[in-house]
Structure formats: C-alpha cells, structure tokens
Design a protein around this ligand. Sequence first.
Ligand SMILES: CCCCCCCCCCCCCCCCCCCCC/C=C/C(=O)SCCNC(=O)CCNC(=O)[C@H](O)C(C)(C)COP(=O)(O)OP(=O)(O)OC[C@H]1O[C@@H](n2cnc3c(N)ncnc32)[C@H](O)[C@@H]1OP(=O)(O)O
Ligand SMILES: Cc1cc2nc3c(=O)[nH]c(=O)nc-3n(C[C@H](O)[C@H](O)[C@H](O)COP(=O)(O)OP(=O)(O)OC[C@H]3O[C@@H](n4cnc5c(N)ncnc54)[C@H](O)[C@@H]3O)c2cc1C
Length: 664
Amino acid sequence: MEGVDYLADERKKTEFDVEEMKIVWAGSRHTFEVSDRMAKLVANDPVFRKDDRVMLARKDLFKNTLRKATYAWKRINELRLSEEEASKLRSFVDEPAFTDLHWGMFVPAIKGQGTDEQQKKWLPLAYKMQIIGCYAQTELGHGSNVQGLETTATFDPQTDEFVIHSPTLTSSKWWPGGLGKVSTHGVVYARLILDGQEHGIHGFIVQLRSLEDHRPLPGITVADIGMKFGSGAYNTMDNGLLRFDHVRIPRDQMLMRVSQVTRDGKIVQSDVPRQLVYGTMVYVRQTIVQDASIALSRAVCIATRYSAVRRQFGSSNGGPETQVIDYKTQQSRLFPLLASAYAFRFVGEWLKWLYTDVTQRLQANDFSTLPEAHACTAGLKSLTTSVTADGIEESRKLCGGHGYLASSGLPELFAVYVPACTYEGDNTVLMLQVARFLMKTVSQLGSGKPPVGTISYMGRIEQLMQCRCAVKKAGDWLNPNAVLEAFEARAARMSVSCAQKLSKFSNPEEGFAELSADLVEAAVAHCQLIVVSKFFEKLQQDIPGKGVKRQLEVLCGVYSLHLLHKHQGDFLATSYITPKQASLANDQLRELYSQVRPNAIALVDAFNYTDHYLGSILGCYDGNVYPKLYEAAWRDPLNDSVIPDGYEQYIRPLLKQQLRVAKL
Ligand SMILES: CCCCCCCCCCCCCCCCCCCCC/C=C/C(=O)SCCNC(=O)CCNC(=O)[C@H](O)C(C)(C)COP(=O)(O)OP(=O)(O)OC[C@H]1O[C@@H](n2cnc3c(N)ncnc32)[C@H](O)[C@@H]1OP(=O)(O)O
Ligand SMILES: Cc1cc2nc3c(=O)[nH]c(=O)nc-3n(C[C@H](O)[C@H](O)[C@H](O)COP(=O)(O)OP(=O)(O)OC[C@H]3O[C@@H](n4cnc5c(N)ncnc54)[C@H](O)[C@@H]3O)c2cc1C
C-alpha cells in the first residue's frame, strides 16, 4: 500500500497553518529553507544511510563514521556550503564524530582564548582540516573540578618552551572526543608552573600525532577509552586517553588572550577576566540548549505519530479500538513533552542571542554580563538536557513494547543523548553554579545595584515575598501575568529561604554544602522561570499564519501549568497559591490537553523531520507502522537462515538430552 497516508484523518483535524508553524520552529524562512534543503540532501544520499548502525561492531562502526565524515567534508567543499549549511548538514547526518569536537570546541577554544597572532597561525590550518583538533580538559581523576586538574605545563626559560607532563595515573586525559584515534592536535588544559610557582589552569595547543604517518609524537601515549553505553550511539566517537612524558612545546603555543608568559618566564594578566579560560564551555553549553529541543522534538514526533496509529481497547460492535493518544493519561505524559520541545526551542533561540551579545561586549572589554551568561548557559544546559533525556525515555514507554525495538529509533536516541546530562558539566554541578549566582544576587539586594536581565525580578523582592495568587477560576490561569507572577514568587521565595538558612552558618562554604540539595531546587525554579518567561516573550512577537499564535499560546499554557502541577509543593509551601488554586490549574491543564489533541500530529509535522532523520518505523510520516515493522524483522541477520547458527552445537544436543531424560 505504497503512498497511503495512514495519518491523513489526523492531519485533516488541524486548526492552524502548518507551513507557517514550520517557519516559526525553524526561526526564520531563510533557516527553514536551508534546513529543509540540507535534510533532503542527506536523506537522498545512500552514503548517509544509518539504519544498519546498531548492528555494526565497534571497528566497523568507527570506520563507517570516518567514511561518512570525510564524505560530508568533500560534499561541503564541492557544493561550497556556507557555515550555516555545513552545520545543518552535520546535524542531519546524525552521527557523533571527531569533527564535532574539531569544529565545536577546538576551533572555538583558539578563537576565544588565542591572541590575534595565534588565531592567524592556527585557524587557517584548522578551517581547511589540515590539522584536526580536540578539547583535552577532563582527566581520569578530575572532570568537574577543573582547578583540580593535575597535568603540568612547566616553563623552561633555557629553551623558551613549556614541558607538558602527566605526573600521575589520575592526571591522564580521559574522555576528550576525537582524541582516541583521529586528532593530530589538542587544546590541552594544564597547571601553569613558572619558576616553581603555580598560576592556575591554562590552555595549550599541543601536537599529538605526526602529520606524516599519524603515529603519536615522542613522549605521547594515546588510545581510545573503550566501548560506551548502548549499541551504535556514541560509540561512533573515539573518546580518548592521553599521557604526556615531558613533551616540549614552544612558548607561543600557550593560548595567551587571558594571561601571557613573557620570554623571561613572567606572567602578565590582561584586562580579560580569568574566567574566559572557561569560555569554550559557555559557548558549547549554549549550543547544547539548542540541540535539546531537537532531540526532544524527535522523540515526541515518534511518540505522537505512533500514539495516533496505535489502538488498544474500547472497541464497540466490532468497530476500531481507541487510539491510545485519546487516553488522558497518554496526553498528560505526551503533551507536556511536546510543549517542552517548543519551549526549549524558543529559550535556545534567546540564549543564542544572549551569547552573541556577551561575545560582542567582551570584544569591547565590557565584562559586566559574563556572570549572567555563565549562570544562564549552565542552568539552561542542565535543565533542558535533564528534561530531554527523561523525555526520550518517557517517549519510549509511551510507545509500549515496540518502543523497545531498535527500529523505533528511541533506544539509540536515548543512548546518544543521555551523556549530555554529564558532558560540558555535570547537571547538578552546573545547577550549583546557578545557586551561587542566586545567593550572590540576594546578598547584594539593597546595595543600590539593581539586578538586571533574567534576575531583574529580584528587584521586586518585597512585592514578590508578600503577594498572593489572585486566581479564582480555572480560566484565570490563562492570564500570562498570573502565571509569570506565580513562577517569579516561587523562585524568589525559594532563593530567599536558602539565603536566610545560609546566613545562619558561620562558614558560608559549609552552609552551601549542607544546603546544596535545597539550593539546586531553588536554581531549578529560577531556570524554569526563565523558560516560561521566554515563551511568553515569544508570544508577544508578530506571529503570522492562521491559528499559529493560538497553538503556541495553548502550548505555553501546557508548559507552564504542567510545571505548576508537577511542582505544586513548591508553590504551596511558599504560600503563594492555595490548594484550591493548584487544583484549578490542573483543571485548566486538562482542558488545554483537549485543545492540543486535534492538532497534535500537525504540531509534530511542523518540525519538518524527514523519515531518514527520524530513523524510526514508529514515527514515519505516513504512519504505516505494522507492515514496516514486519519487513524490518525479516531483515535482521538472525533471520538470514531458518535454522540458526549454533543449532547443531547447542540446541540439538540439548533437545536430545531432554529426550533421554524423558525416556528414563
Ligand atoms: C559528520 C560530518 C561533519 C562535517 C563537518 C561539518 C562541520 C560543521 C560544523 C559542526 C559543528 C558541530 C558543533 C557540535 C557542538 C559540540 C558538541 C559537544 C559534544 C560534547 C563534548 C563534551 C565536551 C566536554 O565535556 S569538555 C569538558 C567540560 N567540563 C566541564 O564542563 C567541567 C565543569 N566544571 C566547571 O565548569 C568548573 O570547574 C566549575 C564552574 C564547576 C567550578 O570552577 P571553579 O573555578 O572551581 O569555580 P568557582 O570557584 O566555583 O568559580 C569561580 C568563578 O568563576 C565563575 N565561573 C565558573 N565557570 C564560568 C564560566 N564558564 N564562565 C564564566 N564564569 C565562570 C564562577 O561563577 C565564579 O565567579 P564568582 O562567584 O564571581 O567568583
Ligand atoms: C560522552 C562524553 C564526552 C565527553 N567529551 C569530553 C571532551 O571532549 N573533552 C573533555 O575534556 N571532557 C569530555 N567529557 C568529560 C566530561 O566533561 C566530564 O565527565 C563531566 O564534566 C563530569 O565530570 P566528572 O566525570 O568528573 O564527574 P564527577 O564530578 O566525578 O561526578 C560524579 C558525581 O559527583 C557529583 N558531584 C561532583 N562534584 C560535586 C559537587 N561539588 N557537589 C555536589 N555533587 C558533586 C556529580 O553530580 C555526580 O553525581 C566527556 C564526557 C562524556 C560522558
């Protein structure tokens, strides 16, 4: 039955202009056009096939990734793709590769922390991929605690060189992507030692492998760290280990935008704050927030389409059973994830703007917004990746048994995605950074320095500590001001409560450690407020297209009210709402689910994902799930023969033995 759209009836129910929603989702008509073109380019090229990935052994998998990455690079050059087009192409290839770290961390580290001269020397080589780089920060013994790294870079004034050394086993670099088998160079983070004195952690460009024969250079030990979680998944990446035995590099290979080491071994600090050594992480965390909406929307697209296809129970007079998407329980698990995907898309868009703004300011030596940019990128990275990882797993469960099949696409998506909760900063560690920022803000209230940006609500602290929710009926929860005030009051009260408890400790660091679980909850409340408020800000923009804005209003309501329902303990405990008002919020939420229901399929169609990109039989556009599952089963290598390998050796003797036992 080729060409039949099994979801056509669902698509007929749509109450808004899907083509216009595609533009909103993409960010602009231009971005939509680029994205659509690159998605089709990848989907129509057999080299980018990925349905066999989970079956491949590690060596074949890795070689396959090398082949795809090299071919992608060839196509990028042949077609003279812009950076934007190349980056979209890479995301539709949908396979973690060494190129991610080269373009996503090595190049940005040199751009952000290198002097003009260093950029001039290294960037052209990196842009042409004549050198391939990685970001070698984490060690076997230390990841979160960057100041605890043990690798040393000792200046030798005799030769004008740094000596890079791994003094202990735990100082071995461990995890850097692209390092294990591919990178020729790395930005290596190490403790700077000048004349026996330590001067903190700095980045150094170190050549690791020969550009002639790819062998490790003298003094360097390098290898892959081994198989990771899941089949296929992140095993396409060569995360590596690296040890240095007194490796010498020229002095001008220390990245010197933040601090310089002079010929006579003295350190000179520039005006740039030392935190800029962490700048690459701020950049990548911001991209991770944008990627969260992509990963979550993929999972939700699969679960939504399948929930409309799948029927269980409720048949009367031999008629069709109920579509599982019509069960309120299914809706209450699925629609908040759909709304979260849209919410993360818009907060990601805003965060990109914030990052661009802070970068421009840094170039003009204005460092004032750096702490807020750090708090926002750290907090939103933590929040969005945690929700997305959990959301992918929930989507798998929403698809019942078939969600557990590799061909649903969900197991691999989860396995690839879940390390995002750990890399670029463990999510708890990052929330604690947000909590520090919040406690600092509260302690400075009344100092005459009004809080700005995402923290400006703290400037109305007296009002937010006293106000009470005015909601009287369920529909009042549709008022953006009511919702915003609720989230502001909750976040402000949780922060103030933590600050009050902290003030009782004579040693603030001890207090911070003791209260850290409460502090993380306050930080989560602050980050959820940012997402909710950026969704409302998006709705204030001019949004064309029949019914598009209306749908987004419904999704914004679902996003904020499901959070209010889920965290009602916070809202009640801080005495902003009453139990009755919490119950009214839940009534309104149920009503909103009914409004999402007819538009659910169209809302996931608006992501504009090709079947190739989704990589899921359950999520295919035409909804023709069962014949495809049946065909896919027959393609499994186990079904190559009727009698399995091993029958003669194991099954037959076993059966024979059973027969003998039976005869006795
Ligand atoms: C296949 C085809 C390919 C074809 C090619 C096509 C090419 C196209 C382009 C492709 C592009 C691809 C893009 C891909 C994207 C990249 C993918 C990423 C994959 C992921 C890889 C993972 C990498 C990593 O994980 S790297 C390692 C990350 N490590 C961490 O995150 C460590 C976490 N720890 C920390 O950040 C810190 O140590 C911290 C903050 C926890 C504590 O530090 P501290 O010094 O001890 O800090 P503290 O005393 O608390 O703070 C001091 C002070 O500094 C402030 N601070 C801290 N951090 C920052 C910061 N980052 N920025 C600014 N300020 C910061 C902090 O607030 C304190 O301030 P004050 O309170 O004012 O003193
Ligand atoms: C797939 C993947 C790719 C990676 N790629 C790279 C790369 O390219 N380059 C690179 O340099 N690194 C890379 N990493 C390393 C990554 O950045 C670190 O693993 C990450 O920063 C977490 O650090 P950790 O492993 O030391 O965790 P730990 O800090 O050891 O965390 C263990 C536990 O301790 C808790 N914990 C730690 N500190 C605190 C605290 N202060 N308070 C409360 N709880 C705490 C954490 O919440 C966690 O539960 C990668 C990691 C993965 C998984």
